[in-house]
Design a protein around this ligand. Structure first.
Ligand SMILES: Cc1cc2nc3c(=O)[nH]c(=O)nc-3n(C[C@H](O)[C@H](O)[C@H](O)COP(=O)(O)OP(=O)(O)OC[C@H]3O[C@@H](n4cnc5c(N)ncnc54)[C@H](O)[C@@H]3O)c2cc1C
Length: 387
């Protein structure tokens, strides 16, 4: 305990010295988020210096081992760092599918060579990844995916199409599910890694109702993938894919803190003054549920620490966290009245409220839909029948 308090005061001093004031402001737009990668550019000197300080300290991936670019923090220390960063509203120095999704899968299934190479690149923000799972016709039923890799001895030739590939047009590499055995549904998928600049890879952005275009259709036409660019075992990529999905769901649910768990009632009253009594009651109910969700997250984290995590926890967090976040944004819209529908005005920051509200509609779809989460919870926790 005393050690942890020493760690807390050292962390506080380090943050004071290294986190510039500009990096303690809320994220206002996409440019405030640093994704790293070959083509990345810093928005400001403060963003660059905060990122570089964190890389040097291992704080882009604090809980990863030092050998792979992390700081080797144990779960209790990592929690202290999160608390201290959130106390000063520090922005994440680096946002990355490599950190949230591929990294944990490589830590579990990767070879030592892959860990040193790819985890190091991810920690240093040198590579930006995208996720090639969904296909037209294979979303919830992911295992029916058809993209095929034909074995050509020292390489595969991959043909097929992925869809909803977030930031595929900005990513350097893709982690991708490819069928390598057509006769075997679950044990016929290989988890491949390849460069998005490989000849035969093309992307086409998809426009959303929010006016943004954050994801793409991704096409593979005779893409040559060397035979050593896979994770886990050939034809056993489904194990890696499922493990990664657990981490993706945790990330989407905002487990372990973040503004999804915080109460909004008093903040909203400050901004909007007197509120309709029905809305007031809805706010109070939301705040109670948000606090309960926060407590559930803490409980799950403690259970993970002592090795007692239930495999369906990420699904429960994903379901509850994303439904809660949708309710939060519905309330912002209700409290804002007709003003909240403004899309373009300067006063509303370019329609921040409605655009944020529309974006949350995707929360309960991305990474597995709410209905599918409920199916998994009923099977794994309530032990109801089904595959
Ligand atoms: C913002 C966003 C980002 C995304 N990014 C990526 C990405 O980077 N890479 C990637 O590969 N994919 C990505 N996806 C795709 C996402 O994983 C899929 O949209 C999701 O898995 C659902 O699949 P689907 O869209 O094909 O819907 P479907 O599977 O066709 O589902 C349609 C409806 O049927 C319901 N349904 C389906 N099966 C069942 C069932 N068994 N029981 C009850 N109800 C069911 C669903 O709940 C849903 O309401 C992204 C999606 C979004 C919204």
């Amino acid at each position: 305990m005393a050690d942890l308090e020493t760690f807390r005061s050292e962390t506080r001093a380090w943050l004071d010295a290294n986190c510039p004031a500009e990096m303690r402001q809320p994220v206002r737009d996409e440019e405030d988020v640093y994704w790293g990668g070959r083509r990345a550019k810093f928005k400001s000197a403060a963003q660059k210096s905060w990122f570089e300080a964190c890389v040097a300290k291992g704080y882009t991936v604090p809980a990863w081992p030092k050998a792979y670019g992390g700081a080797g923090l144990d779960p209790a220390q990592a929690k202290v760092l999160r608390e201290e960063m959130s106390r000063i509203n520090a922005r994440p120095p680096l946002s990355s599918f490599g950190i949230w999704m591929l990294g944990p899968a490589l830590l579990k299934f990767g070879t030592e060579e892959q860990k040193v190479h790819f985890l190091g690149e991810i920690a240093r923000g040198e590579i930006r990844w995208c996720q090639g799972y969904s296909e037209p016709g294979s979303g919830s039923d992911l295992v029916s995916m058809q993209t095929f890799g034909e074995d050509k001895g020292d390489h595969w030739v991959v043909n097929g199409q992925k869809i909803w590939t977030s930031y595929a047009d900005e990513a350097d590499w893709i982690f991708c599910l490819v069928r390598t055995d057509k006769a075997n549904k679950y044990q016929g998928i290989t988890f491949m890694l390849f460069d998005m600049e490989t000849p035969g890879v093309t992307t086409k952005p998809i426009l959303l109702i929010s006016g943004n275009s954050p994801f793409c259709e991704t096409f593979f036409d005779d893409v040559k993938v060397p035979k050593d660019q896979f994770v886990g075992e050939i034809n056993r990529g489904w194990d890696v894919a499922k493990y990664l999905l657990g981490h993706e769901r945790e990330m989407i649910s905002g487990a372990g803190g973040g503004d999804r768990t915080s109460a909004i009632g008093s903040a909203m009253l400050r901004h909007t003054g007197e509120l309709d009594p029905i809305l007031r009651a809805e706010l109070a109910m939301f705040d109670v549920d948000a606090l309960a969700y926060g407590a559930m997250g803490e409980k799950f984290l403690d259970e993970i620490k002592v090795g007692k995590a239930h495999p369906a926890q990420p699904n429960m967090m994903k379901y509850a966290g994303t439904e809660l976040n949708k309710r939060r944004h519905e309330l912002f819209m209700s409290a804002g009245g007709s003003r909240a529908l403004e899309w373009d005005s300067e006063e509303t920051g370019g329609g921040k409220t409605p655009r944020g509200w529309l974006r949350t509609k995707a929360n309960s779809i991305e990474g597995g839909t709410s209905e599918v989460m409920l199916n998994v919870i009923s099977k794994r926790i309530l032990e109801l029948p089904g595959d």
